[in-house]
Design a binder for this molecule. Structure first.
Ligand SMILES: Nc1nc2c(ncn2[C@@H]2O[C@H](COP(=O)(O)OP(=O)(O)O)[C@@H](O)[C@H]2O)c(=O)[nH]1
Ligand SMILES: Nc1ncnc2c1ncn2[C@@H]1O[C@H](COP(=O)(O)OP(=O)(O)O)[C@@H](O)[C@H]1O
Length: 197
């Protein structure tokens, strides 16, 4: 039996993916499961190993890639990120909607697999607003902020190409963006809720 369709959330760093995703997972407990990626970046205050990411060294990450443990991996802003096969299998084994938060390289690479997710891009209203949100978040050094803004320019260009995303949500007003995300996923949410009744 095939389970619910996974969901790929992408879009520039600072666009609001984690904010939207955390709210969705809280409002629909027992419906979604987060695919916990591996990364070589340092944990931020409050981030938990195994929950937000599996925080690993470059050596360990490369070992996993060589072992073909990952369905996709990419270099972003000077660090490695990747989705392991087991991170998805763990969620799918529970019949939950698997949510992946990956960059645009991840989107392109997942398209080459048989995962068949719904692709949603979260975009900021403008690059200026994105910069302000990233600065206000206070998680980045100036160098890492500049790298993220450069990646954001590329993301904003590539995401416009027709056929890359099923849906593009401009995260201007958070409530409105959340409602759009929720309605796009309602059919899958309903399936999981019906199956659990
Ligand atoms: N390709 C790929 N990208 C990932 C993965 N995990 C996270 N990312 C992306 O890496 C970028 C940086 O993530 P992060 O360091 O958590 O910063 P944040 O998005 O600004 O909170 C974001 O665009 C994420 O979507 C992954 O497993 N694969
Ligand atoms: N609609 C919004 N309006 C204002 N600030 C927002 C909005 N959405 C998210 N933010 C803030 O912007 C910052 C980046 O959001 P975050 O969810 O961390 O982005 P991402 O996961 O895409 O990198 C956070 O500090 C968050 O609180």
């Amino acid at each position: 039996m095939s389970g619910p369709r996974p969901v790929v959330l992408s879009g520039p760093s600072g666009a609001g993916k984690s904010t939207l995703l955390k709210r969705l997972m809280k409002d629909y407990e027992g419906v979604f499961g987060f695919s916990v990626s591996h990364t070589t970046r340092n944990p931020r205050p409050g981030e938990e190993d195994g929950k937000d990411y599996h925080f690993v060294t470059r050596e360990k990450m490369q070992e996993g890639i060589d072992n073909e443990d990952f369905i996709e991996n990419a270099e972003f802003s000077g660090n490695m990120y990747g989705t392991s096969k087991s991170s998805i299998e763990d969620v799918q084994a529970q019949n939950l909607i698997c949510i992946l938060d990956v960059d645009i390289q991840g989107v392109k690479n997942i398209k080459k697999t048989d995962l068949n997710p719904i692709y949603i891009s979260i975009q900021p209203p403008s690059l200026e607003i994105l910069e302000k949100r990233l600065r206000d978040r206070q998680t980045e050094t100036e160098e890492s902020l500049q790298k993220r803004l450069e990646a954001a320019r590329i993301d904003m260009e590539l995401s416009k190409e027709p056929g890359v995303f099923d849906l593009i949500i401009i995260n201007d007003d958070l409530e409105e963006a959340y409602e759009l995300l929720k309605s796009a996923l309602m059919e899958e949410i309903q399936k999981v809720q019906d199956a659990n009744e």
